[in-house]
Design a protein around this ligand. Structure first.
Ligand code: PMT
Length: 218
């Protein structure tokens, strides 16, 4: 990657899971570690971009030179993204945002009630990527899709539904939580598989593809 590939660009990235509170000590979350998003933040910074990283609850060190905003819930992630997106030329949604949250958050710890079950009512969270892509003057939007099967079919459908120029597809068993990944890039020209590698190497491949697409747009 050439050092100035993304010089002068502001790249906004979401990473990690979100945690949707049930009560003060419990919540709904997922196994995203944030590693893929943090690797992308490092890769974008390395090639000269100004990087803002909106991170869900993860235990990772902040990449050098990157502005990090920590959030917990999808609603907080959305607010942080909408505040930072103004001058962003690129938005990359790597976060595994919870699709649903409890309709109500209990103020106090929920007590076990003798013998009977507990029903939680869930409501849908806003789709941050779809909202950013629908802004009047949107940044170049890159989506991610984590699937457990039928990657080509589901990932291509997500790209078209959210009208994204670029989407990165991966299988949950290949990439979620661990140090390595295997991804396929989907754009209007078709599918571009990258070899299985460390998340840092994969991030480099994604940034190279993204930079080539940005250069073609100008
Ligand atoms: O964090 P790691 O352990 O390194 O794992 C990386 C990863 C597997 C989480 C990552 O590579 C990945 O695939 N992220 C997307 C996870 C996902 O399942 O996304 P989705 O299919 O629910 O959503 C599609 C896209 O919309 C994503 O870009 C997502 O960030 C975005 N989205 C989804 C829901 C929502 N409410 N708001 C969003 O912005």
């Amino acid at each position: 990657l050439s050092p100035g590939l993304l010089a002068g660009r502001h790249v906004l990235i979401t990473a990690g899971p979100t945690l949707e509170a049930i009560d003060p000590v419990r919540g709904i979350t997922n196994i995203s570690s944030g590693k893929m998003g943090f690797a992308l933040a490092r890769a974008c910074r390395r090639v000269g971009a100004r990087v803002t990283l909106v991170a869900g609850p993860v235990s990772l060190a902040t990449p050098r030179g990157v502005e990090r905003i920590d959030v917990v819930s999808a609603a907080q992630m959305r607010d942080a993204v909408l505040r930072a997106v103004g001058d962003a030329g690129v938005f990359i949604g790597v976060a595994a945002v919870a699709d649903y949250r409890p309709a109500e958050v209990s103020e106090h710890k929920i007590k076990k009630s003798g013998g009977s079950g507990l029903a939680l009512e869930l409501v849908q969270n806003p789709d941050i990527l779809a909202e950013v892509a629908a802004l009047p003057n949107p940044p170049f939007c890159v989506g991610f899709a984590a699937e457990s099967r039928n990657l080509d079919e589901y990932a291509s459908a997500k790209r078209l539904k959210k009208r994204l120029p670029l989407l990165v597809g991966n299988l949950i068993q290949d990439g979620m939580g661990g140090e390595s990944n295997r991804v396929v890039l989907y754009d209007e020209l078709g599918r571009h598989p990258l070899p299985a590698a460390s998340k840092d190497e994969i991030a480099g491949g994604i940034v190279a593809h993204l930079a080539a697409m940005l250069a073609n747009k100008q």
